[in-house]
Design a protein around this ligand. Sequence first.
Ligand SMILES: [Zn+2]
Ligand SMILES: [Zn+2]
Ligand SMILES: [Zn+2]
Length: 280
Amino acid sequence: MKKVTAIAFIFVLLFTVSFSGCAPKCEHEWLDATCIAPKTCSLCEKTEGDALGHDWQEATCTSVKTCNRCAETEGELAPHDMSAANYQSPSVCTVCGHTEGEKLSPFYADKNVSLISAEMGKEYNYKTGGNTNGSKNTVGKLWWEDHEVFASKEGYAEKDGYEWHTVTVKIRFNDDNAQTYGFVIAPAIDNYYSGDTSGLSDDTPETFTVNYNGVDHECIMKAPNGTLSAWKNGSCTYTGSYAWQVPVGFDGIVIFFIHSEYSGEDIFEMKNVPAIFFKF
Ligand SMILES: [Zn+2]
Ligand SMILES: [Zn+2]
Ligand SMILES: [Zn+2]
């Protein structure tokens, strides 16, 4: 009997094994595929398809290469994307705003001249030479009137991103030398930042280029056809009206008046040249 029992037991074992081979099908509970694993059944671990692979966001200067899906990271920060420095701004990272170095140095920064921010109606001394004798100095009283800044007006066409400036200068001469030898007015225009107004000549209106915030802008300058009053009570007054169109906020127009004996020279190559500089 003992033998029979043993055999029966083996039968039962075999039966059990083969019964479990016919188990009911798994009701799969699928987990979605991830970057690193395919679609997988949480019960039986059966898989279908492939892993998705990472969805990489390229590294920037502020974050390393990162997977948009699972936030896995790799590698190191990218270098800054630095813009070139210009007269208004140092080199700056276009992504994070990090700055390096300094703004470009304005042409006038190391020139030995004092720049005046013209006060309307205030008198300034302008020393120049006589008309019939250039070595006979005369000192005119110079003042500015009616500085206006506007987008457009009749005769001053509007241009997007630009503004007009108009201003009038008057210079009155009444000392003995002016009455005896006359006087010569030598005005000039410059760009405080670049020291360059090439393109401007005596004719009006003229175009010239201004670099503002790193971008070249085509600008207009209408320099004066100055007029002289008649001599009256020993006094003669010059009137000149300027108009210029520059990018909004540009503050680099320099109008200066130089002693007539030096006009045409590079005044920055010379020392102590009588001149008066106004920056608008
Ligand atoms: Zn399953
Ligand atoms: Zn991922
Ligand atoms: Zn950066």
